[in-house]
Design a protein. Structure first.
Length: 474
């Protein structure tokens, strides 16, 4: 039957005239000539339907399942967010208790809000030298399941945005001992399992539901992702029903062709591409490890494709490094945090990019050395401690909608300590909440948020910069 792209290409060259959506009728638009209008269609005869896949799209999803070693795989054209929301909604009922890694993406918190769930939090470890949150412990999972026997599912993120990989197999065993499923947000690990240099993907580690963002680390269009279903602990029908509810009823064939094309590329040429990628990445990391002050941070288990450029103890912030690379060297990194900047790599990186990054980082590192030897830069030991604060949950987020306006107030971080937050507060990326509505604001949380603000970061969630809405008398 061929790939989706091949079928779209053939159809675009046929004499079929479309009296159907979309409105551009597969013709180029003069003002936007680079957009692939000739390939953009709706669900017409011969092209299957993602919400009731029977041939073309069914076969494409089966190819993806085979590639990733999953029992069942579905396309996500609303990103990993749609998969996370569907997974959590599909394994819970309203009011259930769920065990959640506190460093999960904001979409997990949105799923908790939508289904009025009671979260019990798992906290990652913390490396004070690197100022990085680390792994989720399987023993912490067991302990939480002992203390909260009504928990019906476990949700973790591995790898994290920073490339930290938890022992998914051990966590899965802990969950399965209780007969409950494990959901793994592996959005940043869609490249896992294709070469020994990288970790295996969570399907091979016993996870029941795995979500991959193809577009994050592989050559696929933005917002394309996959959700994989395994084992018998998950009611797959419920999960699939939510996938249908939470994805658009008009899925883009361009995005689906992008997913299918990426899968085919990995099936046909993945071995060679990843062999070359792994060798080039090893060389790149060895070059960067020669720096004296800028440290290539890594934890015991990590994703080597993520370059975590740590500036702990240098007198420079991660944001300063990020903008220096951007403005002086025209190198756009993925994100900046308080004590590091993150560069992401992929199989499609060019040698030119690698050499430019190495040269730039080494030059900045040499500048730091000269400033230190001339006493022009005062080093800081480790900056602000940025591990995930452990909050006191006072109210559930869905219970806050009825709070009257006269019991709401906006105030600064320092004045909000002890009050109950009515808004989220997080950096994006990575989108991990420091505060969730309904939590009492601790001194640690206020200090972390104030520190980020002082460094020039924009905090998302609050409607007003530098202030948060709180519950009066909360």
């Amino acid at each position: 039957m061929g790939t989706i792209y091949e079928k779209l290409s053939a159809y675009s060259q046929s004499d079929y005239y479309g009296f159907h959506m979309p409105g551009h009728k597969r013709h180029l638009v003069e003002e936007m000539p680079d957009l692939p209008y000739h390939l953009d269609i709706t669900e017409i005869e011969g092209f299957d339907d993602l919400h009731h896949a029977q041939d073309l799209l069914l076969e494409a999803q089966e190819r993806a399942a085979d590639l990733y070693g999953a029992e069942e795989t579905h396309y996500l054209i609303n990103g990993s967010t749609a998969g996370i929301l569907s997974a959590i909604a599909g394994v819970t009922r309203k009011g259930d208790t769920i065990l959640v890694a506190r460093n999960c993406h904001k979409s997990v918190y949105h799923a908790i809000y939508m289904n009025e769930l009671n979260p019990v939090y798992l906290y990652p470890g913390f490396d004070s030298d690197l100022q990085l949150n680390t792994t989720i412990s399987a023993e912490d999972v067991r302990r939480a399941l002992e203390e909260h026997p009504t928990i019906c599912a476990v949700v973790i993120v591995s790898p994290t945005y920073d490339g930290v990989v938890s022992d998914v197999e051990a966590v899965a065993e802990a969950a399965h001992e209780r007969g409950i499923p494990l959901i793994v947000d592996e959005a940043h690990g869609a490249h896992f399992g294709f070469h020994p240099y990288f970790p295996e993907n969570a399907n091979a580690k016993g996870a029941d539901i795995v979500i991959h963002s193809l577009h994050k680390t592989l050559p696929a269009p933005t917002q394309t992702a996959l959700i994989h279903l395994n084992g018998s602990l998950v009611d797959r029908t419920r999960v699939k029903n939510y996938i249908h509810m939470l994805q658009t009823s008009s899925p883009s064939y361009l995005l689906m062709a992008g997913i299918d094309g990426c899968v085919e590329l990995l099936r046909e040429k993945g071995a060679g591409l990843f062999d070359s990628y792994a060798e080039r990445l090893k060389i790149l990391r060895r070059e960067l490890e020669q720096c004296r002050y800028i440290q290539l941070a890594k934890t015991r288990q990590f994703d080597p494709s993520k370059l975590v450029l740590s500036v702990c103890g240098t007198g420079m912030s991660g944001r300063e490094l990020y903008f220096k690379l951007l403005k002086q060297y025209h190198l756009q990194l993925e994100m900046a945090a308080g004590t590091y900047a993150l560069a992401m790599t992929s199989i499609f990186d060019l040698e030119e990019g690698y050499s430019r990054l190495v040269r730039a980082v080494k030059e900045i590192d040499e500048e730091l050395f000269e400033m230190r030897t001339q006493d022009k830069y005062t080093p800081i030991e480790s900056g602000q401690k940025v591990e995930v604060p452990k909050p006191e949950v006072v109210l559930r987020s869905w219970e806050l909608t009825d709070i009257p306006i006269e019991r709401r107030k906006r105030q600064s971080w320092k004045d909000s300590v002890g009050a109950v937050a009515l808004e989220y507060a997080y950096l994006y990326p990575p989108g991990i909440p420091v505060l969730v509505p309904g939590e009492r604001i601790s001194q640690d949380a206020a200090d972390v948020l104030q520190w980020y603000q002082d460094l020039g970061f924009s905090l998302e969630g609050p409607k007003e910069e530098g202030q948060i809405e709180v519950f009066i008398d909360g």
